[in-house]
Design a binder for this molecule. Structure first.
Ligand code: 13P
Length: 350
């Protein structure tokens, strides 16, 4: 294992005051989002959309890394340049989603385990040759009356740890993403308890597999009430619970923490990330790791809606994409304010 190189990559991703952009939706997920926005679900439209993202002016000011999907890492822009090379030229490190999705967990109705370990060594080798420098694997944990089960927590933690070992062997930094879903009417304390159990199990399995934590990025959910819970909490409550949970469960050696957005609105995700970083700076909540973003929907959604599959809308969509990235970039410094949502973005970028 080339440990110094891995640590350097991890630091470049999370240590420089920028965050990550998740643009790694599988074809199925991307098509679902296209369908909802009234965009044709074709290979060419997916390529055009990813080109729009990869060529967004100034994106590299806010984004250190972009997570791609297998189809995207092989695609070129309209000038014939690989999208991966476009990102590199913009100062953005390319990464790749390598899991093969959450599949029903045997004997555990309503729960899933993420698959994709078979043949992963060979796939990682190919992605590394293509220029990917980090990878992502997402485990999914649902909350319900009797969920999550211990079986679901352990199965997903073990898969994440085996994936992380293969990544480090191949010279790719693993992003480990155990996502406790927001779906449901549960209170914030259920999310907190489940996330703590999941993180403790995960770090136990990472330890068993001999993972170098300095070259690992954790991609967790924030600690949130369920989407339909009547008791929605303040931004400050969410930030406080999230920071305290991570301080209890995540070893200090981990390179950094990059939150998923999980279906939160763009503005709420920015506000919560900002509050998290304000707490993480003060004495009581001071954290040993950078706390950044690795958002998908919370960065992309407005741009996708504006684009609508139309060439004439590309510029406006790119400005919207940059704007969300810029808001989240400001949140890393605790500088995000609601006023940012109404200021013109290109003036700030130039
Ligand atoms: P969201 O921010 O849309 O949750 O996507 C992040 C991600 O990478 C999910 O795996």
């Amino acid at each position: 294992m080339n440990e110094p190189m891995l640590v350097e990559t991890a630091q470049a991703l999370v240590g420089g005051g920028r965050g990550l952009l998740a643009m790694d939706e599988s074809n199925g997920t991307c098509n679902k989002r296209f369908a909802a926005a009234g965009i044709p679900q074709t290979v060419e439209m997916r390529r055009a959309y990813r080109e729009l993202i990869a060529t967004t002016p100034f994106l590299g000011q806010c984004v250190s890394g972009a997570i791609l999907y297998d189809e995207t890492i092989r695609q070129r822009d309209s000038a014939g340049v690989l999208l991966l090379d476009r990102l590199v030229r913009a100062g953005i490190i390319p990464g790749i989603k390598v899991d093969r999705g959450a599949k029903p967990l045997a004997l555990h109705a309503g729960e899933t385990v993420t698959e994709g370990l078979d043949g992963l060594r060979e796939r990682l080798e190919e992605y590394a040759t293509m220029g990917a420098r980090f990878a992502k694997w997402r485990g999914v944990i649902s909350l319900g009356d009797d969920l999550p089960s211990r079986a679901c927590i352990v199965a997903n933690a073990q898969a994440l740890a085996r994936y992380a070992a293969l990544c480090q062997e191949a010279g790719l930094v693993p992003i480990v993403e155990p996502e406790v879903l927001m779906t449901g009417g549960h209170g914030i304390e259920r999310c907190l308890a489940a996330t703590e159990a999941v993180l403790r199990a995960l770090f136990e399995e990472l330890e068993i597999q001999g993972i170098v934590l300095e070259a690992v990025i954790l991609k967790p959910n924030m600690i949130l009430p369920g989407l339909t819970c009547p008791n929605q909490r303040t931004v400050e409550d969410v930030a406080e619970e999230t920071v305290q949970c991570l301080l209890r469960c995540v070893p200090a050696a981990v390179a950094g923490i990059a939150f998923l957005s999980g279906g939160q609105s763009g503005e709420l995700a920015s506000a919560r990330l900002d509050a998290i970083n304000l707490i993480a700076r003060d004495g009581r909540g001071r954290t040993p790791w950078p706390l950044v973003f690795s958002f998908g929907r919370a960065i992309q959604q407005p741009a996708l809606t504006i684009w609508h599959g139309e060439d004439a809308q590309i510029g406006a969509a790119q400005r919207a994409l940059y704007h969300r990235a810029d808001c989240n970039h400001a949140a890393l410094r605790g500088d995000y304010t609601q006023a940012m949502e109404t200021r013109p973005v290109l003036q700030r970028a130039s």
